[in-house]
Write a protein that binds this ligand. Structure first.
Ligand code: ASP
Length: 316
């Protein structure tokens, strides 16, 4: 059978098990499953990896359960500033937007940058204008806001005031969504979208729109999408670091991804996780937090989703 693969994450800022009701956990897992379905449909039909990762990320951006698009985190001023990027492993073409305030689906804008702009990364109001000019949906800020994100901002501000930031829960801090895929033609792609971390400084840009850090894809090597404190993903150039370990050291995807999360990032005492897929379709999803929303599809069409240790089969 032709080898193809898809893995997604919905961020390593997963709530503690008791923070959500069973119904809420089910709803989040259902949206992960729908994201997998959207990407898998593209791959199964012989479509391109880059279309598959975009399709999967759009579903998670539209879901209130993840920190991207609708449901994105707010910065210190209560404003949503959205970052996203997408990369085609075949051509190394990439597109990204950062600190955008109105684009309904930032990953679509990132793709439009890849397709229609000489630049790789567009920022702020210019990114919003570009998306609108390309006919993409734009929204008022209120579209992105959910009650949970408002509470997270209040809580992070209280922690900052009390000097107890270390005690803040991962779910209050951050999250991101991402997807990686290998298509039937052997091509790899990665996509990542985020609201960044809650209470982030005005104008702060994380790793998610930075090619090589939060997102990276190169045919014959791997595709990577990260989640966690972006400053460290930028410093360690995580996506490219994993690709370099595979290409130069001959490590497999799992070894390279686990090394970077557990040995390079964990000592910084930050939450971090990622999904990666290798040129052979093998998938890795390491994280150093209590949980990470994640999912993957096997070659024979079995869907799996998880938030903590327990892995659930998803019936499309
Ligand atoms: N990586 C994202 C950022 O730093 C946030 C996260 O994944 O938690 O913007």
């Amino acid at each position: 059978m032709t080898n193809f693969a898809l893995a997604i994450h919905g961020g390593c800022g997963v709530m503690a098990k008791l923070d959500l009701t069973d119904e809420e956990w089910k709803a989040a897992r259902r949206d992960l499953g729908r994201a997998l379905e959207a990407g898998y449909a593209v791959l199964k039909a012989g479509g391109k990896a880059i279309d598959a990762v975009q399709a999967a990320v759009v579903v998670m951006e539209d879901s209130p359960h993840f920190n991207a698009g609708h449901g994105a985190a707010m910065n210190e001023n209560g404003i949503h500033e959205l970052d996203a990027s997408i990369m085609d492993g075949t051509t190394l073409a990439a597109g990204a937007v950062c600190a955008a305030q109105h684009i309904r689906n930032p990953i679509k804008a990132a793709r439009a940058v890849l397709e229609h702009n000489d630049a790789v990364l567009l920022a702020g109001a210019a990114a919003d204008r570009f998306a609108e000019a390309k006919g993409l949906a734009v929204e008022e800020q209120s579209y992105f806001t959910t009650e949970r994100r408002k509470q997270a901002l209040a809580s992070m501000k209280a922690h900052a005031e009390a000097g107890t930031l270390a005690a803040a829960r991962e779910s209050e801090k951050h999250g991101t969504v991402g997807a990686v895929a290998l298509d039937q033609h052997g091509h790899l792609a990665a996509a990542t979208s985020t609201g960044g971390y809650t209470n982030k400084p005005d104008g702060r840009v994380g790793d998610s729109p930075i090619i090589g850090a939060g997102t990276y894809a190169r045919d014959g090597v791997c595709a990577v999408s990260g989640t966690g404190k972006g400053e460290f993903f930028i410093r360690h150039v995580v996506g490219h670091e994993i690709a370099a370990r595979i290409a130069y050291l001959g490590e497999d995807v799992k070894a390279a991804a686990t090394k970077v999360i557990m040995e390079d990032l964990k000592p910084h005492n930050i939450g971090a996780g990622l999904v990666a897929v290798g040129a052979d379709g093998s998938v890795a999803a390491p994280y150093n937090t209590d949980g990470m929303f994640r999912g993957w599809v096997t070659n024979d069409g079995e869907f799996f989703v998880a938030s903590h240790d327990e892995v659930f089969r998803y019936e499309p």
